[in-house]
Design a protein around this ligand. Structure first.
Ligand code: NAD
Length: 282
């Protein structure tokens, strides 16, 4: 099960990072977006990240050019036909992801492995609707992908053990530390992290403290690298809101219920760093 060519579908916050680390690890990468301007924006983000590395002396201009040389973009699903592995990194919405996998079924060979970077949707549910449920895994990366060492490798009850091992080895080949998880909503990290972030919003709603004071409290009191509101802005309030809803729907526990303030900020378009405004202004 040799992986040489990797398709990355979605070149947003996560997709661009995943495409970058795959190209850095030597894979030939084809990244697909729905529109040319979104593709250009995503590829520019990758170029910018690598350029910063050059300026800081972390990589040479030749290495940057070599990595970018392995990276191609497209807006056409059909172009993903020759990929050995396709990593789906589109919006956290089951209908959108399903539609994509159905389109991929029409163009990818039977041996192609599908992976989803979903944070909270069921890998089993997605796998079952494809023509290759045994060749489907979760590969859950963390933001920012080039810097975060972890990848959760998720198996569904349908996953072929050899496909799971290939995905695990792929994660390692990217220089990441893979951990094995089963398909339980939220996997390991979000199951524990999301209730904490939602509790921070509830603490703010209840007047426990201000945004910067709660952030400072958790940073200096717990030794966390950043406070919950900084992290929420970084992850994206819309993404966190989608995840919370999915976790709540699955477990029906109040700790997963998105607080009204989070919902209103999303409705107002205050999505965090990516929209220029969230709990902080950028
Ligand atoms: N933001 C995080 O910290 C984080 C961390 C881990 C996992 N994830 C997961 O990664 C996925 C993407 O999240 P994101 O933060 O990158 O979101 P994002 O909104 O930054 O990017 C999603 C991109 O997918 C594109 N897209 C939508 N439908 C598409 C299609 N059919 N084909 C190609 N592109 C399509 C959109 O145009 C958009 O650019 C979600 O499933 C999310 O849960 C996010």
């Amino acid at each position: 099960m040799q992986i040489k060519k990797v398709g990355v579908v979605g070149c947003g916050l996560m997709g661009s990072g995943i495409a970058q680390v795959c190209a850095e690890a030597g894979y030939e990468v084809l990244v697909r977006e729905v529109a040319q301007d979104l593709l250009d924006k995503g590829l520019k983000r990758i170029g910018g990240f690598l350029q910063k590395g050059v300026e800081k002396g972390k990589l040479t201009a030749e290495r940057k050019a070599e990595v970018l040389g392995r990276l191609k973009g497209t807006t056409k699903v059909e172009d993903l036909g020759g990929c050995d592995l396709v990593i789906e990194v589109v919006t956290e919405n089951l209908a959108v992801k399903r539609e994509l996998f159905q389109a991929l079924d029409g163009v990818c060979g039977q041996d192609t492995i599908y992976a989803s970077n979903t944070s909270s949707l069921s890998v089993t549910e997605m796998a079952a609707t494809t023509a290759r449920p045994t060749r489907f895994v979760g590969l859950h990366f963390f933001n920012p992908v080039p810097l975060m060492k972890l990848v959760e490798v998720v198996r569904s009850p349908l996953t072929d053990p050899a496909v799971f091992e290939a995905a695990y080895a792929f994660g390692r080949s990217l220089g990441k530390v893979p951990v094995k998880a089963t398909d339980k909503t939220g996997f390991i990290v979000n199951r524990l992290l999301v209730p904490y972030l939602l509790d921070a919003v509830r603490a703010l709603e209840n007047g426990v403290g201000s945004v910067p004071d709660i952030d400072e409290g958790m940073k200096l009191g717990c030794g966390y690298p950043m406070g919950p509101f900084t992290l929420l802005d970084f992850v994206g309030l819309d993404t966190t809101y989608f995840i919370a809803n999915i976790l709540f729907e699955e477990f029906r526990e109040t700790r997963f219920a998105p607080p009204p303030l989070l919902k209103r900020m999303v409705l107002a378009g205050h999505l965090g760093k990516k929209s220029g405004r969230g709990f902080y202004t950028y």
